[in-house]
Design a protein around this ligand. Structure first.
Ligand code: CP
Ligand code: NVA
Length: 294
């Protein structure tokens, strides 16, 4: 059994295999018996559109079933221990997707689960998002190895998973973010990627520009400070002109127009966000097959 709590639970070749398989699943029509009889439980502490729907549709298209369980519908919401919940649900389900506030909740659940646990987003990371981003990059730009990726804006859960992806697939990642929002020196050092406040420089020669909201779910305290400090880091078609001429733009969504992106950014031909969002489905199918069929 293997959990998918972070990208680095996979080897480089396993990650490549999942992305390649996602690409072929996108064109394959009949997958209806691949996960026949399998059941996926989705336990979400936070809102979701893409992650929830992509997993539900993925199980449906693969011939299995999925149920969405909000925390408040479970006894977990009124105090049943997480360990007990993990033991009971994993004794019936074949895999569980968790979206939790704290990454520790996810790891504790995984410790007590007898079936694979998938990280559907935590405060630390969002590895499922990267599967779709890597597939989208491959579709539009080919092999990511040796390419330059610029993350613009907040160092957050999606950004953390970009760092892991860069380590596994050997692309150059630069993170353009106001210094006040950088992680600890230790984390910066360990990441092996360049953190910078020099946005123009970080965009130079970039093949992929990507960003995310300035205020993630759970970032309640300093919303106004964030919106003020991140203002110069808004991605717009004008800013994209500083990257390579054929660079693409990705955003995990949901996006806030007027904050991390300009009103017109998603309509720019360099934006591939709708392909990226659809790719969540193909990537999720591939991940489920990897975890449940291997
Ligand atoms: N990108 C992403 O994970 O979207 P949701 O929050 O809608 O699942
Ligand atoms: N960083 C965002 C991602 C949403 C998919 C958040 O955690 O809210």
């Amino acid at each position: 059994m293997k959990h998918f709590l972070n990208l680095k639970d996979l080897s480089s070749s396993q990650l490549e295999e999942i992305v390649m398989q996602a690409a072929s699943l996108k064109i394959k029509r009949d997958t209806s018996s691949v996960l026949k009889g399998k059941y996926l439980a989705l336990i979400f502490e936070k809102s979701s559109t893409r992650t929830r729907v992509s997993f539900e549709v993925a199980m449906n298209q693969l011939g299995g079933k999925a149920s969405f369980l909000s925390i408040n519908d479970l006894h977990l919401g009124r105090g049943e221990p997480l360990e007990d919940t993990a033991k009971v649900i994993s004794s019936m389900a074949d895999a569980v997707v968790l979206r939790t506030q704290s990454h520790d909740t996810l790891t504790l659940f995984a410790k007590h689960s007898s079936v694979p646990v998938i990280n559907g987003l935590t405060d630390l990371s969002h590895p499922c998002q990267l599967l779709a981003d890597l597939l989208t990059f491959q579709e539009f730009k080919g092999d990511i190895k040796g390419k330059k990726v610029t993350w613009v804006g907040d160092y957050n859960n999606v950004c953390f998973s970009y760092i892991e992806a860069s380590q596994l697939l050997h692309f150059h990642l630069e993170i353009a973010c106001p210094k006040a929002f950088w992680p600890s020196t230790e984390v910066v050092k360990r990441s092996g990627v360049k953190f910078t406040e020099d946005l123009s420089n970080s965009l130079e020669d970039s093949d992929l520009v990507t960003t995310d909201v300035w205020v993630s779910m759970g970032d309640k305290e300093d919303q106004n400070k964030r919106i003020k400090e991140f203002k110069p880091f808004q991605v717009s078609p004008g800013l994209m002109n500083k990257a390579k001429e054929d660079a693409i733009f990705l955003h995990c969504l949901p996006a806030i127009r007027g904050q991390e992106i300009s009103e017109d950014m998603l309509k720019d031909p360099r934006s591939k966000v709708w392909d990226q969002a659809e790719n969540r489905l193909h990537a999720q199918k591939s991940l489920l097959m990897f975890l449940l069929n291997n």
